[in-house]
Ligand binder design. Structure first.
Ligand code: AMP
Ligand code: ZN
Length: 499
């Protein structure tokens, strides 16, 4: 297949082909969440975009190295500096009502990292190749700050270390916020440190020996700035130039602009070729907020009604997120969600009609196969043209309608339908069902025989608080191409990739 994969590039402000440095190999980084609370469906809109890039590139037979981070150290935001107690989001969360259940800030970070990954699986997002955590890359962050000082791009004050924006002439190339731009000036002005050489300079290290999360550095005890974390983690795993970097639209400035300044000052090379940003999600036309009661998490929507949830199939939530184009503002409404619940039910009817995925041949056969293959190609074409998910879903719904209106379904038709479901699932991830989910009933399956003992060991390790071992086991399972989902009934697992 020699299709181009075209996506809008924020850097060049045009839709253009994704250019990989190595032939058919995409190196890709997407900014993950700060784990001070449950990730909400807005965060997941951005993660779904990243998942679609991953799936589409794989469908084009590219190898993909996909890294997405977990920010498990509090943000060093402008507001934090002005906070007299020097609190950050994670520390604030610990002191809140919800925070009372946690022993300390590390426990809080661990809990919300685990729940992020559970919701990630609920929405059928594929495991990234690597999920680095900020706290596990402290040494590299400190070393990057040292190098920036050595190269004359950063300086120390009594409060911290700052990147000198004037030392990087290209500052502003992504966001258009140039050095003499008033908007940018006003944003950075709120950072209060009289010793800063320029109010726009941003923090690389904050000195703070009272902070709950602190590390020792050449500048004493403290913690890193938020931007340096992503520069360091992305370049550690993907090299000095990434093919593609993604995140939500709010990250264009300052986060991604600052990542570019730091990374290019360190390496002397372009940091990322293609920049992809997802527009914000609103709920019922309003910004999501806890006080408005429209703050949804995947677990709220999918939990049973008796547990205070809305009992919605998470794949209907995923479909709803796909129903809007990532570059347009998206209004998440209960009406759209219910419409997608219905679409999911019809897709479920197709799955039932086709028989179990392992129950026979799975290949496009005969005239009907040619038509279904054409519908898959249409969906893939839509995704390769700036991730046009509404058109890809239209092909899915069109195929569903055609299959369900067929009066007579032969065995070869079933084989074609299975192939179509497999291919559609590979690119859209909305076909997965609980019948795919392995459990201890699968004892005869050789993969299950390998997975079950590891799952038991992981449950034990988690019960004992041995998080390092639990993480190792998750990695071992990922290597076996298995995803784990922690559910109220205990851990479940499924094969990654094919149905
Ligand atoms: P944060 O934890 O705030 O750093 O956010 C993690 C990711 O979610 C970032 O890529 C944000 O841009 C993205 N994000 C946050 N809120 C929304 C929203 N309402 N809609 C879409 N993306 C969002
Ligand atoms: Zn980031």
């Amino acid at each position: 297949m020699s299709r181009e994969f075209r996506i809008y590039n924020t850097l060049t402000r045009s839709v253009e082909p994704v250019r990989t440095q190595k032939k058919n190999h995409l190196s890709f980084y997407s900014c993950g969440p700060t784990v001070y609370s449950y990730a909400h469906i807005g965060n997941f809109r951005s993660f779904v975009t990243a998942d679609l890039i991953f799936r589409t590139a794989r469908a084009l037979d590219w190898d993909v190295t996909y890294a997405t981070n977990i920010t498990d150290v509090g943000h060093l935001t402008e507001d934090d500096f002005t906070d007299p107690e020097g609190e950050d989001r994670m520390v604030k969360a610990l002191k809140s009502k919800e925070g009372e259940q946690f022993a300390n800030v590390w426990d809080l970070a661990r809990y919300y990292s685990d729940t992020l990954i559970e919701d990630w699986h609920r929405l059928n997002l594929l495991e990234p190749t690597i999920r680095p955590r900020a706290t596990e890359h402290m040494r590299e962050q400190i070393s990057a700050v040292e190098q920036l000082i050595e190269k004359g791009h950063a300086y120390e004050t009594s409060q911290g270390v700052y990147f000198s924006v004037t030392s990087f002439p290209n500052y502003g190339k992504l966001s258009g916020n140039t050095l003499d731009n008033d908007l940018e000036q006003s944003v950075r002005d709120v950072v209060i440190d009289d010793e800063k050489k320029d109010p726009r300079d941003f923090a690389l290290w904050k000195k703070d020996d009272k902070h709950l999360m602190q590390w020792y550095s050449p500048w004493g005890w403290g913690f890193p700035g938020w931007h340096i974390e992503c520069s360091v983690m992305s370049m550690s795993y993907l090299g000095e130039t990434l093919d593609l970097h993604a995140g939500g639209e709010d990250l264009i400035f300052p986060h991604h602009e600052c990542e570019i300044a730091q990374s290019e000052s360190l390496s002397g090379k372009p940091f990322a070729t293609h920049w992809v940003h997802t527009r914000f999600l609103q709920v019922e036309g309003e910004k999501m907020s806890k006080s408005l009661g429209n703050f949804f998490t995947v677990r709220d929507l999918s939990a049973a009604e008796e547990d205070g949830g809305k009992n919605i199939d998470p794949l209907a939530v995923r479909m709803t997120l796909l129903s809007g184009h990532y570059r347009k503002p998206f209004n998440f409404t209960m009406k759209t969600l219910k419409g997608n619940v219905r679409h999911r039910e019809r897709l479920e009817e197709v799955i039932q009609l086709s028989g179990h995925p392992d129950s026979g041949d799975c290949a496009y056969e005969g005239d009907f196969g040619v038509i279904l293959k054409g519908m898959y190609e249409r969906a893939l074409d839509a995704l390769t043209e700036d991730l046009n998910t509404p058109s890809a879903l239209a092909a899915l719904f069109g195929g569903t309608k055609m299959i369900l209106s067929r009066s007579d379904v032969s065995d070869s038709d079933k084989s074609s339908i299975r192939a179509w479901l497999r291919d559609m699932n590979d690119i859209l991830g909305v076909v997965y069902t609980s019948s795919e989910t392995g459990s201890s009933d699968d004892a005869m399956d050789p993969l299950a025989a390998a997975v079950e003992p590891l799952l038991l060991e992981r449950t034990k390790a988690r019960a004992e608080g041995n998080w390092a071992r639990a993480d190792e086991i998750r990695d071992e399972l990922t290597a076996l191409k298995v995803e784990i989902m922690d559910t109220p009934e205990g851990p479940k697992w499924k094969r990654i990739g094919n149905l």
